[in-house]
Design a protein around this ligand. Structure first.
Ligand code: PRP
Length: 215
């Protein structure tokens, strides 16, 4: 197995975009890849192995070297600050981090409460704004928090905007735009396995082609 390269893939929102990109780059992935409960998928033909992780954990697998490469949202990288290198902006799964809440509400409390999956980024953002806040860390369904009175605002990902809209919330401030990135373990990168550079080249071709078609 040692001649396999291992790539940590994020389960959930980004997974389909990431798999599509690999298909477009010419990788022969087994068709069941998009519809499987397996957490490890060996792609014998390409000599690579995918591990399917929670998005927030992808940089951890890569930092510890159990995955050579990973696909992770920029949000996760900014939040986790792991010792990894970013190789490519894959330009997939665009979204942004925003402050949101119920309409017509002010952050009147001395220390307003902010619910989020991103405590580090939220704390940095409000510190930079000179606002003192209390961060409440949640692991999902963040939009619930202001509706049921757990927080005054949320800091969360907005993609299509549907979740905010369907739950009667509005966006107050946009913090940062986010796309997914190809990340690499520094040692794997130094070893410069030719398949890593080959993958970067193939993905780059797809990304540049799409950019060319958009312009
Ligand atoms: C993310 C985010 C929002 C939603 C935004 O949640 O936390 O809830 O997507 O997408 P939209 O703007 O297209 O509606 P995710 O699906 O990752 O699940 P989570 O609730 O477990 O965080």
């Amino acid at each position: 197995m040692s001649d396999y390269i291992t790539i940590a893939m994020p389960k959930g929102r980004i997974f389909k975009d990431a798999v599509d990109l690999l298909f477009q780059a010419g990788y022969s992935l087994p068709p069941e890849v998009e519809d499987s409960r397996k957490l490890i998928i060996d792609v014998e033909k390409e000599k690579f192995r995918m591990i399917l992780a929670k998005p927030m954990d992808v940089p951890t697998y890569v930092e510890h070297g159990v995955a050579d490469l990973g696909i992770a949202g920029k949000d996760v990288m900014l939040e986790e600050e792991r010792d990894i290198y970013e190789l490519l902006d894959l330009k997939i799964s665009d979204c942004y981090l925003a402050v949101a809440g119920l309409p017509n509400t002010k952050m009147d409390d001395v220390t307003p409460k902010i619910a989020t999956k991103y405590p580090n980024m939220a704390a940095t953002y409000f510190r930079e704004q000179g606002e003192q806040v209390e961060i409440i860390k949640l692991n999902g369904s963040i939009e619930l928090a202001p509706i049921i009175g757990l927080s005054d605002r949320i800091v969360d990902i907005v993609s299509t905007g549907r979740t905010l809209k369907e739950n009667g919330l509005i966006e107050y401030e946009r913090i940062v735009n986010i796309t997914s990135r190809l990340i690499v373990n520094p040692v794997s990168y130094r070893m410069q396995d030719h398949r890593i550079s080959d993958m970067v080249e193939r993905l780059n071709q797809v990304i540049n082609k799409e950019r060319f078609m958009e312009s």
